[in-house]
Design a protein around this ligand. Structure first.
Ligand code: GLU
Length: 459
């Protein structure tokens, strides 16, 4: 497991150990032992399932594809988390992502545990037929460990509703007569998915930022005026003024986040830069995000990479290297690509003073410590990007009852849940010296520890 996750959990447990109001019946030596047990339970996954999928390609050749399903912890409910399709997928990464799911669900009071899956492929290297076969094989190999009350997969990087539809169909076929709508979330609406699921993560990412700045900080300006809290001071500088925004990643999360920023009537945002795996596009006057979304829809998800493509699409922008976005002189940087983007190498060059993590684990521990020390406001992954799993929960619920919510009902419930979490966390964050990530972890670890204790797991 990533050292960053492990060490923040340890820090959270240390803070709780000192807190006399927490688990008051645990005293003295017993208390010490219970906390050591909590640390081992939380920093180790319950199970790691690994298989090499045997997949015949269209050309006749057979390949073996390393695939994973990790069950981190199910104290709060069935395991839940996406399946990543990416060529760099590996066991340690999936374990860490499963752990983040446990913390994310605990943080937002979603009644699920934490799980994650991964398939080590670049989906762009395979035909549609081959991808279909890979999805079917994944379900066949992991059928025993998944299910609507056991472990419910969803999309992640490189997968989407098409893959979830195929997988659910295979699950249904293998488990005839059993409920199947809740076996996968992130399905298409026609196939039992929820309205709003596709946009949920991006909308939630933008909402956490907007709510923090435009509601919480703005409403508390008077009290913040005399604050010595470094994060409150930073946030205060960005209220009531025009902001420049950059969004790294233009997939399901980044493109929706960019659109939300572009359309937001509450904050004067100018999205000056977006990027993907090929390029960064920049325009100091603001990019035409709807035109870029339209372009990517027609071009396999890729942003324009040449002057000719930009001109043909009527988009005004300059083309820069894909990494340039990270060090641009902007106010707000949304990270919606992959892990470890802000790291020891580039941490001193980061200029944005508000960073929002749409991806999971995009900031390494070194960069996180360095930037937090400098008073940079970092809205962490488990807080900002939970919109996906929150609406997955609503999808699971709707599938169980076969009663479906309107899009408006979905968004109202999504935003209410995120608002609730932030109303608990933000007063603590702006009132002490812990980073927002540390505050989130303390909150999640408190909930998990209480339940593990009540369930008799600490003896
Ligand atoms: N893959 C998404 C995440 O990392 C969504 C998980 C889900 O909906 O279960 O949060």
């Amino acid at each position: 497991m990533e050292e960053q996750t492990r060490s923040i959990v340890q820090q959270s447990l240390n803070a709780l150990l000192e807190n006399e109001n927490f688990l008051t019946d645990l005293k003295g030596g017993m208390r010490q032992k219970a906390f050591t047990s909590l640390n081992s339970i939380l920093s180790t996954p319950n199970q790691i399932h690994k298989s090499f999928l045997r997949v015949p390609l269209e050309g006749g050749e057979v390949v073996r594809i390393p695939s994973y399903r990790v069950h981190h912890n199910d104290a709060l409910g069935p395991y839940k988390g996406g399946i990543r399709f990416h060529e760099t997928v590996n066991e340690e990464e999936v374990v860490n992502l499963a752990f983040l799911m446990t913390l994310k669900n605990a943080l937002h009071n979603v009644p699920f545990g934490g799980g994650k899956g991964g398939i080590m492929i670049n989906p762009k290297d395979f035909s549609e037929k081959e991808l279909h076969k890979i999805c079917i094989k994944y379900v066949r190999y992991f059928n025993n460990v998944i299910g609507p009350d056991k472990d419910i997969p969803a999309p992640d990087v490189g997968s989407g509703e098409r893959e979830m539809d195929w997988m659910m169909a295979e699950y249904k076929k293998i488990n005839q007569g059993s409920p199947y709508l809740g076996s996968f979330t992130g399905k298409s609406v026609e196939n039992g998915g929820s309205l709003g699921r596709r946009e949920a993560t991006g909308k939630g990412v933008y909402f956490t930022f907007r709510y923090l700045l435009n509601n919480y900080v703005k409403d508390n300006q008077a009290t913040f005026a005399t604050t010595t809290n470094p994060f409150a001071k930073t946030a205060l500088e960005y209220v009531n003024r025009e902001l420049t925004v950059a969004v790294q990643g233009f997939g399901n999360v980044g493109s929706v986040t960019a659109l939300e920023a572009y359309r937001c009537a509450h904050i004067q945002n100018k999205v000056v830069a977006v990027s993907d795996r090929n390029v960064t596009l920049f325009n100091a006057d603001g990019l035409d995000i709807p035109a870029l979304v339209e372009f990517t829809a027609k071009n396999k998800g890729d942003l324009p990479t040449s002057e000719d493509q930009l001109t043909a699409a009527g988009i005004a922008a300059t083309i820069q290297g894909r990494e340039d976005i990270l060090t641009m002189d902007v106010d707000v940087l949304f990270l919606a690509a992959l892990e470890n983007q802000l790291n020891d190498q580039n941490k001193t060059q980061i200029k944005a003073r508000i960073i929002v993590e749409g991806a999971n684990a995009p900031t390494t521990r070194e960069a996180d410590d360095y930037l937090s020390e400098k008073g940079v406001v970092i809205i962490p992954d488990i807080l900002a990007n939970a919109g996906g799993v929150i609406v997955s929960y609503l999808e699971w619920l709707q599938g169980r009852e076969t009663q479906f919510f309107s899009e408006e009902e979905v968004y109202n419930q999504l935003l209410a849940k995120m608002r609730n979490t932030m109303d608990t966390l933000l007063p603590q964050y702006f009132g002490d010296t812990f980073s927002l990530r540390q505050n989130c972890y303390i909150h999640s670890v408190t909930r998990l520890s209480t339940v593990l204790y009540r369930q008799g797991k600490l003896y």
